[in-house]
Design a protein around this ligand. Structure first.
Ligand code: GLN
Length: 542
């Protein structure tokens, strides 16, 4: 039977609960334990698939095609454990299941209520499918006090009661604001937050206090006294210089030790943190730097590109360089004189995206990269724009585009109404719902002999994660290949183009999938490692 660690948040959102959970998972793993991380999101959406990245950040896609919260990306990157649909649930999904069952008559005439039906469904989710793991870490989204969070808090309270307090612990992540003018760190919001938790029956075991400056011993004592936790369970969680330093800092503050102690485990092996030490060392001491332009649409909220940013950093780690990102809104390239910010970059990346706005600017940025022979990486929408660019500007198919943003004579990118996944034929229609109707999750691709991608992956078949509604139209393959744009990765049945690359360019690759989702600090994704390698080469030329 696994032990459960429930992670909740107090005072304000954006305290880095996800990262804290991932870091704790990594620390337990470094001590030889098997961990699994889960996220319980109280919002009403069925999943984050239809939520704007502006509001909610990136939608993280798992191998099994679940559209999940971006925190699952942290979990995967920190622990290397691939997440699944079973690791993220929302209020919307729970109600959807309950109402479907109610309509079927499963409740045999009972009144269906938040307690017990919703709370039972949450508990079932938490307890289900845990396999042989030692620790399940469950993070509750939102902040204590949110109305929609109540059933979740009630469910985890009940679990503490039912499983026993030696089987469940509660870690509360809170904020100690520093009031500059008074020169003081304030503990009151934390006291109130814990009081709020206690009013619903949960006494936190551990407080992870996010702060900008060290917590003085007297302040720790005060927090411990008022919040009813031992002093050594008040953990200082200061902002770290690097994401990957977080596990080391929390370990230095005794987080994993106090967690084990709360479970009555006193003989755990010391953690082997050498790989974390090594990676922090490498991040802190780069041997040079490169600048990559990211030409996108959601450039004002960088959480929208969380995995992408990390994957680029991993590429930097692989090459021993620091990667500076220059975020550029693609609309500026819709004016002929807007290309200045691209002149001195060492590589250009057009990431995934949706909708019409900014498409023309992305196509213009692709052209710039192609003509100037600047390393270019197009991801998903970025690949689609690269194909349209070649069609319009090289193959003479001037009226070509994607059905996502208009009607064109040449439908270079459009909806495929069916394709094969495993043995099942999946069907899509242009009029279908927006939620859950994309090509999602892991699909194989066969890499062409002699291609650049085959060399980069050092493999003939790959599996990568997808999240898109439109596909590049194979009917134009010959015309585009004649212009040097090779279709170097295709689905095993030959129907779907997965990768394009240019023969006449130092590094020009477009992929229909999202390689950033599978990149990890200890295993940088080969495409990102190679792309940053090409940027390093380019930096020697300019
Ligand atoms: N909007 C494009 C599509 O749905 C690309 C999606 C993406 O970049 N993730 O096909």
């Amino acid at each position: 039977m696994p032990r459960y660690i429930f992670i909740t948040g107090g005072v304000v959102s954006s305290l880095g609960k996800g990262l804290a959970s991932a870091a704790l998972g990594a620390l337990l793993q470094a001590r030889g334990y098997k961990v699994r991380l889960r996220k319980l999101d109280p919002y009403l959406n069925f999943d984050p698939g239809t939520m704007s990245p502006y509001q909610h950040g990136e939608c993280y896609v798992t191998d099994d095609g679940a559209e999940t919260d971006l925190d699952l990306g942290h979990y995967e990157r920190f622990t290397g454990v691939s997440a699944t649909q079973r690791d993220n649930i929302t209020t919307g999904r729970i109600y959807n299941n309950i109402i479907t069952r109610e309509r079927r008559g499963d409740y045999l005439g009972a009144t269906v209520q938040v307690i017990p039906h919703v709370t039972d469904a949450i508990k079932d989710f938490v307890l289900s499918d845990a396999g042989d793991v030692d620790f399940v870490l469950c993070e509750i989204g939102g902040t204590i006090g949110d109305i929609e969070g109540l059933p979740f808090f009630e469910a985890i309270r009940q679990l503490g009661q039912e499983l026993g307090r030696d089987q469940c612990i509660y870690m509360h992540v809170t904020l100690l604001p520093y009031i500059k003018v008074a020169g003081e760190m304030k503990t009151k919001p934390t006291q109130h937050s814990v009081k709020e938790m206690r009013s619903i029956g949960i006494q936190p075991d551990i407080l992870l206090c996010r702060c900008e400056i060290p917590i003085r011993p007297d302040e720790k004592r005060k927090i411990a006294l008022f919040c009813n936790v031992p002093e050594h369970a008040v953990i200082e969680g200061r902002d770290a210089d690097s994401l990957y330093a977080v596990p080391l800092e929390y370990h230095a503050q005794g987080l994993d030790k106090v967690v084990l102690e709360r479970f009555g485990i006193h003989d755990a092996p010391e953690p082997d943190l050498s790989r974390w030490v090594d990676i922090v060392e490498r991040v802190k001491n780069p041997d040079g730097e490169v600048t990559v332009a990211v030409v996108g649409k959601y450039t004002s909220l960088l959480d929208a590109y969380k995995s992408l940013i990390e994957a680029l950093n991993h590429g930097g780690i692989a090459n021993g360089v620091k990667v500076n990102l220059r975020w550029l809104d693609s609309e500026q390239f819709e004016k002929p004189d807007g290309f200045g910010p691209l002149e001195d970059v060492h590589a250009i990346l057009v990431p995934g995206g949706f909708g019409e706005r900014g498409a023309e600017g992305k196509i213009a940025a692709v052209r710039f990269a192609r003509e100037r022979k600047i390393p270019f990486f197009g991801i998903c929408y970025g690949m689609q724009m690269a194909v349209i660019e070649a069609a319009r500007n090289q193959a003479g198919l001037t009226d070509s585009g994607s059905s996502e943003f208009g009607q064109f004579e040449h439908k270079l990118v459009g909806i495929l109404t069916e394709w094969v996944k495993g043995n099942e034929v999946e069907r899509r229609s242009a009029e279908g719902d927006l939620g859950g109707t994309m090509r999602l999750g892991s699909y194989p691709a066969i890499l062409k002999e002699g291609s650049k991608v085959r060399e980069i992956y050092d493999d003939g078949q790959i599996h990568e994660r997808h999240r898109h509604r439109y596909e590049v139209n194979m009917a134009y393959r010959d015309q585009l290949e004649a212009q040097g744009l090779r279709f170097s990765g295709v689905s095993p049945d030959g129907i779907l183009p997965e990768i394009v690359e240019r023969e006449d360019h130092p590094w020009f690759i477009g992929v229909q999938f999202h390689p950033e989702l599978k990149s990890r600090p200890f295993q940088p994704h080969p495409l990102f490692a190679s792309f940053i390698g090409a940027a390093v080469e380019q930096s020697r030329l300019v």
